[in-house]
Every structure is written in structure tokens, then in C-alpha cells.
Write a new protein. Sequence first.
Lengths: 211, 489
Amino acid sequence: MLLSEIDIARRLVDPDEKKRLIITPIVNAREQFGPSSFDVHLSTDFHQLENLNRPYIPLDEKHSAEWEAKYTKKVVLSADSKEGLYLHPGEFVLGSTLEYFRFPDNLAGRIEGRSSWGRLGLLVHATAGFVDPGYAGALTLELSNVGRLPIELKPGLRLAQVCFFEMSTPSLIPYDKKHGAKYFGSPGVRSSLAHADPEMRKILSPEWKPQ
Amino acid sequence: MMAKPESQESNEALEHRRVLYLLGEAVEKLVRLRQVLARQRVFVEAGNEKPEYPSVIDPLSKALEKQSQRLAINSARIASFLRRQPLSEEERVALRGILQSVINVVLGFHEALILLPRETVEPQVFRVLRDCFKEEWKPTPVIMTNALTSYEYRIEDVLVNLDIGQGELEEWTRLLRGFTRGGSILAQAFLDRDNPLAWAVLSHEYGHALDPDKGVSKKIVYGDGEVEKEIADGDPKVKWVSEIFADFVAARVFGPASQVPILLLEMSRPSLMKIRDEAPSHPPTTVRLGLVREYLKELNVGTGGFEEVFEMYNFDYARKVSALEEPERSKRKELGEAVGKFLQSHIAAVAAKVGSLKLCPFGNQQLDHARELQKQLQSDLPVSSLRQTPIDRMLAELNSLVESKADRERVYEVLSGFNEVPATSAEILTAGWLYKLGSFEERLKQTFPEAGSKREADVDEYGKYLARTDELLLRSIELTAVHAEIMRG
């Protein structure tokens, strides 16, 4: 069941703390509540994979803090910066929402773009717009420009919206209890941790052979 | 068996708390230094720096590892202490010795970080300073230092020591005053780069920048007319007043939390430094702490949640004084009394001057906000903002909307109750301190599990707690700036 604005609002003040949805900060409720969604703002930090110093993303790459420092370009804009981040046509960058969420175990979410930005060619997620029940953290935005002109992005822009779905029954293994929940609690952008998936480790082990 | 006298019991309780703080400092400094080295290794290995650096990082890392092992070897003793299980006198002495020696190694090692690539401070430092000092803030560089304490210095003083020509010096002075407050530079310990709680100290250092050439302090001590005359820069009375002025500035913008980092650092030092001069440049910290507490009282700012640290500092100081030999002990006591008496006669003028500055003052309302934010931090949430309307009222109003089929404006009016107000940096950091002071003991227990537990002692456990607290506070400082910017429209 897709929640209406009043139901989203009621979940924000659910007397049962375990069922309560948390969104913080709420800057301007009048602007942010839509009929069946809640608008979110762009935050200050951005990650982009460097492409100048390597030809492709190999599966067997050893990911580590060193790897991230070497291959991830990180940009942090200040809240009042005069200049923004210019997303050129075809470019892809990770950003995050200003808002920090905590989903109860009986509520799932989906992040979607806002129409005004979609019309300029801005996509806010590449494929992973779904938010599991039990997730806590800022939502990572997979920003890309499919238009033909660069788009200027600045912290505080209302780029996306989140809608909420009541689950048929509460999840027994919500994201916070899920084995290998890699992105739980992240207050900002977190780069891909695909290498941490167990099957990746298996595939990458020297003993592994395709069946 | 005879019951222990009350004062003995209270001293034992204080001593237990003192060692607990010492343990917290030892583990924290150790894990933070390890984090600095890990970060530096990433920086070097990512190919940004010359390969010579690992030759410095490796030995430092090994030496720190030894200290971690030392704590691990003694984990059973530490675990018993944390759970107030009985320890023999020898064990208690051994525990204190181990903790002190870990701290001493870490304090000494911090100096060696000068050999590593120089990092820049986190950008949030400037947000905090700008937020606290409002109209009095003038962009001032903050650099990282291998010294463990923060300090302020004027670049002109460095230039004078470089023995450059008078004409050139004047030109530099003119140029520098154009872009830094009084030519000041603030320095922050490497160890505290990611530790926003320690940044409260920078508000004291910026207080010095608000007193260029100690002109404010000179006026307070000698009056307007006398300032025209040549007053030596090293005049101890002026220096004492300048310290109190900076302390009051820090207390004005940060409240009681402004004192905590320096008190904890001083507590971790093994003994009091010998008084070399007849009139040292800094008044004794107990005197300063006493005056700041009086000042906060006068401002009507509560100190609940911080009193234990203040009390602990005074207990630790008294303990260290009693360990001094004569005549040093008497000299210290006499000096404290003389400086205290002198400063008492000037604090009204200092407070008036601080009150005239256009700062963002920290009052009881900010302390209440910080207590609210502390709860959010306890729930592992960022603390960038506060909701104004209580949850039960919001729920009742939302329910009534549905029942009454309210019109659009009424719905918006009720939904506006969700609007949050951005917190100030001082509120965020005070919340951080309240949270830390209220949680570190439990986290130490988790770090050093009870004997027989399946888990082994692991200082990295405490490191995770610190890193998460840092992460949430740094993020909150960032979020509140964007939030305020959106509201400004």
C-alpha cells in the first residue's frame, strides 16, 4: 500500500518507536510533502570513479581504503558555495540526500526523481531506487545527466522524492539485521561495496571454476 | 569492621573515576593515533606522496601496536576495574602505571607526526568558528600541528624572529592583517583532525585573535591612558588577563564544553610542570576553571553534565600538587592565590568586554537544545536540527485532520509542525560532549569484556565508537549549514 502524505506524517510520529519512520532534518514540510511522497534535498558530498588512470573496472580489483583514495574522486561543496557541481552530459556521479532516514521493519521506500529535474535530463538513480525496511542512513543518489547540456547542482536543491510502502507483514530480517548489510548507517555518500558480496569473494578466489 | 570515613569513601570514588577518565584518554589517544597513521598510509600508498614516508609510518605503527598489546595483556585487570571488582593495592598501582605509560608513549609519539605529510584540517572547523563568532569572525587559517595542544600565534612574531628588515616587516604586516584576524593563525593537534569535540578549544584560541597585540588585555590591566605607553609583551599580568579573556570568549560561545578538552588533556599528563618563572604566562588551570565557572553562573548557564569533569580535574590537580616536593608545593599554592586574587579584581572588566562582542552566545536554551540532541545521538542519529512540536501533539493534530476532512491550508499548517530548526555548532558539539561523557564508560566495558567472555579485548571496538560519533557530528555540522542556507532562501 502506497502511503498518502497524512499517513507518511503519521508514521513520523508513531507512538510505537519501533514502527516510527525517522527523517531528519525536515527543512520545510509545506514544500516537501507531496500527495504520496516526501521531497528530499541534495547534500554536499559527491563521489566519482576516476577514469583517467585505468581502462575499466576489473572484478578482481582489490578494494581497500587505498583503492578508494586512488580511484575515487571526492568533491565536497560548501553549503553556501557560489559555484556548484557541473554534471556534464553522459556523466555519472554519486551524491546523497541531505535527509537521514530510518525505516521501520514494516515500511519500504522508493526514491524517484522530481519531474522538473527529469525534464532537464537528470536521473537520480541508475537502477537501485529501492529502500529496504530497516534501512538507516542518507540515501545515495546515482546522478546522471542524459540531456545534452551540463546541469549545475548545488547542495540544498530539492532533486528527488521518496514514496513509502506499507509491508503486508513486518520483515523478519529487516536491513539492519540482514547478513552483510553494507550501507547501513551511512550519513553520506558511500561508494560501491560490490566487492564485499560473498559470491564476489567466491568468484575471485583462485580455487573458483565456473560450473 | 570499622566503616570507612565519608571523606575516604568519597576520595576512593573520585580516584576510581579519575582512573576511568585516564583509561578513556589512553584508549582514545591510542586509537586516534592509529587512525592518523592508517589515513597517512592510505595517502602514501595511493601514490600521492614519496615512498620515503612508509619508513616513518611503519615504526610508529609498530610502536603503537605494542601499546595496544599492552592494554590487551592487561585486559582482565582493566575489565575488573571497570566493573568495580576488588583489585589489590598492587594491582591498582600497576593499572595506573600501565595507563599512564600508554598515554606517555602516545603523547610523545604525537611529536613525531611532523615527519609525515602535512594534512589540512576538516572544512567543518571553519563552519564551527564562523557559526560561533558571527560578526567577529574574520577568515583565519587553521593549520595542523604536531603539538598536542591547540594554540594561536601571529605570523608577524615568526617574521620578527626571522630577522627580516623593518620595511619588509611592515609591508608583510599590512598584507597579513588584510586576510587574517590580527595576523593570527590557529593550530590544531593532528590527533584531533576528525575529532570535532576537541575543536571547542579553538574558540579559546580565536579569543586570543580577538585581542591583537594583547591590546584589550593591556587596557583592562592598565587603563586606556597607560596603553599608549610601552608595555612589555611579556608582562605577566597582561598575559594572565589575556588568557582569562580567551577563556571567557570560549565560554561565551561554547558554554561549559569549552573547558573539557583542555582539562582532559591536562589530566592525562603524569605530573605538574615545574614552575620555572616567578610569574608564568598562564594562570593555573584550577584558577581559570574557577573563574569560568563563576562567569557561567553569572551568565545563568548551567553546567549539569559537566560538573563531574570539573570536579575530577580539581581532584587530579590537588593530587598532583600533593605529590610535589617542598618548596615547589608552597610556591604553587602561593602563586595560585596571588594570580586568583589579581584576576578576581579584573574579571568584571573582562566579562564586560566579552559581552560587548558580537558573538553567537551560548545560553541555557542552547544547553537544553544540546540535551535534546544528545538523545538523538544516543539513538545513532545525526544531530543537525530540532523539531519544535512534540510528537503526541503532532499525532493528535494529524488524527483530527483525517476526522474533520480539513482543508488544504489547515493540512499545511499542521504539517508545518514537522519543520525543524537548524542547531548551532555549539549545540551540536555540546550534545556530543554530553553524549560522550555519559557513554564512554559503557563503551570501555564493551571494549574490555568480562573475564570468561567469548570476545577478546579489542581497542578497535572503542575506535568504532569514536569514529561513529565523529562521523555523526561532522555530518551534522555539514547538514545544519545546508539547512540554514535553504532557510535563508
